[in-house]
Design a protein around this ligand. Structure first.
Ligand SMILES: [Zn+2]
Length: 341
């Protein structure tokens, strides 16, 4: 099969790789219909995060058709169209049943052999994969793919930030996760949604997804703007979808006392000052999103065409041109890149 490997910073190649096979009897092999490049794939691309070993198989977001299952797999069957998540989970342990599948006691990479490829081995298939009600129409595929990570992550951020009716929500970050955090906030009934973005195209998509206000300032100026828009108090709920020190502080300082920050940007060198945290009086909750918790509901919303999160894919490339996709996302000329094997 063909698959994308990262050899080092700025060096992704699509090469011939061995077809994955069933290793554990709880595995499934999925023929990938569509995969994508994640904002988190850019950290090693930029040399800001080391890869465990090179060349590294890339990709953890995917939808496709089950081609083979191990003998212990009972819930998904060959021919099912499935959506997977970036961590494999059994969905039965105590942590999973509490809704924290990304911290499953059996947690493993969800796309064990890399999803930016023609085939992928998915461990713990019963717990990890969600089958759609049938084969999807082609126009639903991008949205189902978004559910695999960015939509589920934005959704978790909104839930972690306690978004709900009557609330004012601020969203730090205008990448795919931040934009889908806006969509989630609208679905969860937020009254006012303030997107923080400096890019006209992303602002437009944020408004389409439900943002009522846009703030272009960032850092302390952005905080001042959020406070000005909320009677000096700060937002009830703030979504942090970047992972840098500036973004995290912007999120905490934009939140009113008693409010909630949902942080889902993968943290890179973020350090919190204990005194400031103590006196802020805000709730912090986040981490790797348990997308699997929300997946059945999200697939249903997409299937009934109530939401269209696939709009975050503004560049579609054949798998062979994966490197071009990394470049486009790194330069921010694309919000999110969909790859078709
Ligand atoms: Zn579990």
């Amino acid at each position: 099969m063909r698959g994308a490997l990262m050899y080092g910073p700025g060096d992704v190649r699509v090469t011939e790789r061995e077809d994955p096979t069933i290793v554990q009897q709880t595995d499934a092999i999925v023929r990938v219909t569509a995969a994508c490049i994640c904002g988190s794939d850019l950290w090693p691309w930029r040399g800001q995060e080391d890869l465990a070993a090179t060349p590294a198989p890339m990709g953890h977001e995917y939808v496709g058709v089950v081609e083979q299952v191990g003998s212990d797999v009972t819930d998904v069957t060959v021919g099912d169209f499935v959506v997977g998540t970036f961590f494999a989970s059994d969905n039965t342990c105590e942590i999973c049943r509490a809704g924290y599948q990304t911290h499953c006691v059996q947690r493993q990479p969800g796309a064990a052999t890399g999803a930016q490829s023609e085939l992928v081995r998915v461990p713990l298939a019963d717990g990890t994969l969600v089958a759609t009600p049938g084969q999807p129409d082609a126009d639903l595929v991008p949205s189902l793919l978004a559910a695999s990570d960015v939509l589920g992550t934005g959704w978790f951020a909104a839930v972690a930030a306690e978004v709900g009716p009557g609330k004012t929500v601020a969203v730090v970050g205008d990448g795919a996760v931040g934009l889908l955090g806006v969509l989630a906030a609208r679905q969860l009934g937020a009254e006012r949604i303030i997107a923080m973005s400096r890019h006209a195209d992303r602002q437009a998509l944020a408004r389409e997804f439900g943002a009522t206000d846009v703030v272009t300032e960032r850092g302390d100026e952005g905080v001042a703007k959020i406070r000005a828009l909320t009677g000096g108090l700060g937002a009830h709920s703030v979504i942090e979808a970047v992972g840098t020190q500036e973004a995290m502080m912007q999120a905490i300082r934009s939140t009113r006392p008693g409010g909630h920050v949902g942080y889902v940007g993968v943290s890179h060198d973020v350090a919190l000052d204990g005194q400031e945290l103590f006196f802020s009086g805000v709730h912090l909750h986040g981490g790797p999103a348990p997308v699997r918790r929300f997946l059945p509901e999200l697939v249903d919303l997409i299937w009934r065409r109530e939401i269209d999160p696939g709009k975050v894919f503004d560049l579609v490339l054949p798998l062979e041109e994966a490197a071009e996709g990394y470049k486009a996302m790194d330069e921010r000329s694309a919000i999110k890149v969909l790859l078709t094997p």
